[in-house]
Design a protein around this ligand. Structure first.
Ligand code: ADP
Ligand code: MG
Length: 280
């Protein structure tokens, strides 16, 4: 059986697809017996990869959905295409009823369609776009759920609203914060109740490669050393269980304390925490 990790957002376009490709590109070789991960675009509002990278979306998600109805669904890998930087993806069309229906079929079909048989290995990174009703089945069956959000109070408030809903087990979630964030990891964990927080930097150079805008980036040897890829590597090691990553500084100290609710349950910027500490 493969491992399933569902990745999505609750509002806007914070960088889910970029984060998923970054995770897949730097997934540790030692995880999953050396089998590289597969990215599956399962976004009801349509995929972006085929257009961004000029690759076909067939075979792709529609074929997976078609085979899901059969008694013995074929391997997911038969529907995968390799992107220029080597990541395997099962792409979806850019939208339309067939795409939305395919996501619903795959979500309803349960784990075996995505995870294969007992002897199948590797991680499936599912880009569901928005974590909404259509993706509920794909969230439920996943080993881990990564909620991607920007780092401001407004974006985190939407994450908080989702995580507080009935039936949502916030502790299963890893919150991936993209770009600047004035809050420390421990403070976010304490307030939102997520199991873990990872920070992915704002890195246009890496994002240009991961959205197919800059193939020249690939000629730069060591593009995996770019800040976003390096941070994604830390996150991938945590998600794949191949290594714990030390969180340095105040975030690490607070994370180490576990859930410490802030007064009134309000998110406190790091600067406020530091001011409080120096006043006491
Ligand atoms: N970490 C990042 N640094 C810089 N730009 C980013 C980053 N993540 C995403 N972007 C940019 O934001 C836009 C939306 O990203 P995308 O991953 O498609 O979002 P989503 O899948 O959430 O809709 C793209 O133009 C992408 O290049
Ligand atoms: Mg996307």
């Amino acid at each position: 059986m493969r491992r399933l990790i569902t990745v999505g957002s609750v509002k806007g376009a914070p960088g889910v697809s970029t984060a998923v490709l970054a995770l897949a590109a730097v997934w540790p070789d030692g995880a999953d017996g050396g089998v590289r991960p597969v990215v599956v675009e399962a976004d009801v509002s349509g995929g972006d990869l085929a257009v961004r990278f000029g690759c076909p979306h067939t075979p792709g998600l529609l074929d997976v959905a078609t085979s899901a109805r059969q008694e013995r669904p074929g391997s997911l890998l038969g529907a995968a295409t390799a992107l220029p930087f080597g990541v395997r993806v099962v792409a979806a069309p850019a939208g339309g009823r067939a795409c939305a229906e395919a996501v619903r079929v795959v979500a309803g079909a349960g784990r075996h369609v995505l995870l294969g048989d007992d002897e199948d290995r590797g991680t499936v990174l599912l880009d569901v776009g928005r974590i909404g009703e259509a993706a509920a089945g794909l969230v439920e069956v996943a080993e881990s759920v990564v909620l991607v959000s920007r780092g401001g109070a407004d974006a985190l408030a939407h994450a908080y609203a989702h995580l507080s809903e009935d039936g949502v087990r916030a502790e299963r979630y890893v919150l991936a914060v993209v770009g600047p964030c004035p809050y420390a990891a421990g403070e976010i964990i304490a307030t939102l109740g997520v199991g873990r927080v990872v920070f992915l930097p704002w890195d246009p150079k890496a994002a240009d490669v991961l959205t197919g805008r800059a193939r020249s980036g690939l000629r730069t040897s060591g593009w995996r050393a770019l800040r976003l890829l390096a941070a994604a590597g830390d996150a991938a090691r945590q998600l794949s269980g191949t290594g714990e990553v030390a969180v340095k500084g105040l975030s690490g100290d607070l994370a180490g304390l576990g859930a410490v609710p802030s007064p009134g349950g309000r998110l406190q910027p790091v600067a406020e925490l530091a001011a409080k500490e120096s006043a006491s």
